[in-house]
Design a protein around this ligand. Structure first.
Ligand SMILES: Cc1cc2nc3c(=O)[nH]c(=O)nc-3n(C[C@H](O)[C@H](O)[C@H](O)COP(=O)(O)OP(=O)(O)OC[C@H]3O[C@@H](n4cnc5c(N)ncnc54)[C@H](O)[C@@H]3O)c2cc1C
Length: 370
């Protein structure tokens, strides 16, 4: 049995969200404890594609609500890549991708979104030369300068930096919260109790479990996605492309190629499947013949934490003093981690966030006593 412990701030979940929150807290001189059930970046934060493209896919789903959080996050990613030596330590790379239109309706849609996506239209005839991945006919596209990272290395780098500034990590599975009817003052683990002045739940899709612990609605569900890692015999084309449904190819700095992805409503199942492999390869063959000559050397499956209304859930748990939530970032959690963490840390330490307005992401929008 591990010893009971008291800390100022406990963060439950060692994914990108937990690690980023620990990083911003430690930067402000706090000494948070991250509690992770298995290993850091064990969930989607260790297996995601790590693309920092601001818009696609499903870029219209949020009614523009995410734009300020996205913009702030992308700017923080740029700054942090310098501060934490991102190109060296977590494969931060700027690259150019093509947002592909399959038909004229999609061309119109993308062209209308070009400014919001910080992208520029490319003449259709120029696409194969500028984006050699795209050797099959497409109706049009936008060129977008963006960046990619290795999300597992990024998450670990954030937490290592936080630990070097005084944060700590405890391996232990949370099984409940400690507290009373209207307050939370810690976390019950399978092997002990951690009491804390403030407790942040950042359990990705497993945040759903905290609904019972808090006796509040926390509508988060897992949405499975699978990615193929391919190896080419010759050097693969640089850059990548994505379509409007979130199918993509990207060449990694390691020379591996990532091809994705699926969206599967299958609960907490995380097994890679042959059906997903075939689906990804068949779907991407509409755009490129080049994957056909490559070998699949790995296939990963992981779970996006998708909220009831598609927007993240960030802020205080209503009517439960001392408890906070940071989850529900769906398909964009790697990008959104930094602005989310910055804002939540402002809330924890100063009582309000100044950089971005967290009102649209308030956990109280799903109900619960105030
Ligand atoms: C196929 C795929 C591709 C993606 N690509 C991108 C992309 O290109 N760009 C992007 O921005 N986003 C992408 N995402 C989304 C992104 O990966 C997620 O939104 C993000 O990783 C969520 O981070 P998190 O910290 O909230 O959750 P998680 O990464 O799920 O972390 C939760 C942590 O909690 C731990 N845990 C669970 N239960 C317990 C417990 N009881 N006690 C203690 N610890 C526990 C888990 O082990 C895990 O480490 C992708 C997702 C998928 C599935």
């Amino acid at each position: 049995m591990a010893p009971n412990q008291h800390v100022d701030i406990a963060i439950v979940g060692g994914g990108v969200m937990g690690a980023a929150i620990a990083y911003f807290l430690a930067q402000r001189g706090a000494k948070p404890l991250v509690i992770e059930g298995t290993e850091v970046a064990h969930g989607a934060s260790g297996k995601a594609a790590g693309l920092l493209s601001p818009g696609l896919p499903h870029d219209d789903d949020d009614g523009g609500m995410l734009a300020p959080l996205l913009a702030r996050s992308i700017s923080l990613h740029g700054a942090l890549a310098e501060l934490l030596d991102g190109p060296e330590t977590y494969d931060y790379r700027r690259y150019e991708t093509c947002l592909v239109a399959r038909d004229e309706a999609e061309v119109d849609h993308l062209h209308g979104r070009a400014e919001a996506l910080s992208a520029e239209p490319v003449a259709t005839a120029d696409i194969p030369a500028r984006f050699p991945w795209l050797d099959q006919p497409v109706a049009g596209g936008l060129a977008q300068g963006t960046a990619q990272i290795d999300p597992a290395k990024f998450t670990n780098r954030l937490l290592e930096s936080a630990r070097s500034m005084g944060a700590s990590l405890r391996t232990g599975r949370a099984v409940g919260l400690v507290g009373g009817e209207d307050y939370v003052d810690g976390v019950e683990l399978a092997d002990g109790i951690v009491t804390a002045e403030q407790t942040v739940i950042a359990l990705g899709p497993w945040s759903l479990r905290s609904a019972a612990w808090l006796d509040l609605p926390v509508p988060v569900r897992p949405l499975k996605g699978q990615i193929l890692h391919l190896e080419a015999t010759a050097e693969p084309p640089p850059g990548g492309f994505s379509d409007l449904d979130g199918h993509y190819v990207v060449t990694r700095p390691t020379g591996l190629v990532f091809a994705g992805t699926t969206e599967e409503e299958v609960g907490f199942d995380q097994e890679p499947t042959e059906a997903a492999r075939d689906y990804v390869l068949e779907t991407l063959a509409r755009y490129t013949s080049r994957l056909g000559a490559m070998r699949v050397v790995n296939q990963t499956a992981c779970l996006r934490p998708v909220s009831g209304d598609g927007l993240p859930i960030i802020g205080p748990a209503p009517g439960r003093r001392g408890a906070y939530l940071a989850t529900g970032h769906g398909r964009k959690g790697i990008i959104l981690s930094l602005a989310t963490a910055e804002a939540l840390v402002e809330l924890l330490t100063e009582g309000r966030s100044t950089e971005v307005d967290l009102a649209p992401f308030d956990p109280a929008r799903f109900g619960g006593d105030q």
